[in-house]
Design a protein around this ligand. Structure first.
Ligand code: PHE
Length: 334
């Protein structure tokens, strides 16, 4: 009864070839009707071979038929699965046309600057810490030795929250400086301290080329035994040189902040003059006492630098507003 086995083999080869040649689901459907169709499919004809077998031959032939049928249907089902996938659907466009490059996002220039700042200052052993943008008066002013009648507390110079107070009844404001983080860090750590904190600060200033109502500062704080003004100057000089280039010219100008003594303003040579980068100084002994440190045994320095100013200097950008307008033509250049 070799003819039945031969017929099975021929069927399997042809069905396999047809299934593999199908390019889409519609082709496959034709293959199914032709080979496996319930009414007129060739598989049905083959079944009649079974009828011709003698009772003794029938089990072996039946088994061979079933095995073959299973292989063909499995192949068929697998092919249906593949050709139904979205990527297998026919394309009605010319794949040789030049493509459109997807527009990739990138980090905002301020974010890029912040990342670089952290990396540079990390080389001097500073770790990164953080504090809240919504602050109470104590951390924004009192602990920083800013007297109750100081003009910096003027409601017109700050963004106070009209409707919210702390649990103990203190007014809350959007922090006007990152110096708040000095206090928060010293409150929760023992000296020595060597941290920076980068973040947004808020002041209702007149907006112009160099001022915005929200901007980014990097606060630095180093407290321990033997920390001096000379340490402060070398750290800031090395930091500026690392970011702006070795030939950068830095100047320290006497100034005043209630929380540092002595205090300086840090300027950098820019075009024909000087541009202010931020403030700095030796942490006032009163501030050390406010956080429970002993000003007799330890000293410290602090600085607060405007992030955008550095980025503007490096890239020759002359208007801080560009950073906050989200104009892609500007942002794409970084
Ligand atoms: N907080 C000050 C400001 O925003 C800057 C500063 C920080 C000055 C640390 C001294 C020490 O202007």
């Amino acid at each position: 009864m070799s003819t039945a086995y031969e017929a099975f083999q021929v069927f399997e080869q042809e069905a396999t070839a047809a299934i593999e040649a199908a390019r889409n689901v519609a082709d496959l459907e034709q293959v199914r009707i032709l080979f496996l169709g319930k009414s007129k499919g060739r598989l049905k004809d083959l079944q009649s071979e079974l009828g011709k077998a003698t009772p003794a031959e029938r089990p072996a032939i039946g088994q061979a038929f079933n095995d073959m049928k299973l292989r063909v249907t499995q192949l068929f089902d697998a092919r249906v699965e593949v050709l139904s996938r979205p990527e297998s659907q026919p394309r009605d466009f010319d794949v040789t046309l030049p493509g459109n490059l997807p527009r990739l996002g990138r980090e905002h220039p301020i974010t890029q600057t912040i990342e670089e700042f952290k990396e540079i200052i990390g080389r001097f052993g500073f770790t990164v810490d953080d504090g809240p943008e919504l602050e109470d008066e104590y951390h924004n002013f009192d602990a920083l030795n800013i007297p109750k009648d100081h003009p910096a507390r003027d409601p017109l110079d700050n963004f106070y929250l009209a409707a919210a107070k702390t649990a103990n009844g203190q007014p809350i404001l959007l922090r006007s400086q990152t110096s708040t983080v000095q206090i928060r860090v010293m409150e929760r750590t023992k000296p020595p301290v060597r941290i920076v904190s980068v973040g947004r600060v808020y002041r209702p200033d007149e907006i112009d080329r160099t001022h915005h109502q929200m901007f980014h500062q990097m606060e630095g704080l180093m407290v321990g035994e033997g920390v001096t003004m000379a340490t402060l100057k070398s750290v800031l000089k090395m930091f500026a040189a690392a970011y702006l280039g070795e030939d950068v010219e830095i100047r320290f100008r006497p100034s005043f902040f209630p929380f540092t003594e002595p205090s300086v303003e840090v300027d950098v040579r820019w075009r024909d003059g000087w541009l202010e980068l931020g403030g700095a100084g030796m942490v006032d002994p009163q501030v050390l006492e406010n956080v429970g440190y002993d000003p007799e045994t330890i000293t410290g320095f602090a600085f607060g630098l405007g992030i955008a100013r550095f980025c503007m200097l490096r890239h020759g950008i002359d208007d801080i507003r560009l950073f906050y307008e989200n104009d892609l033509r500007f942002l794409k250049q970084f």
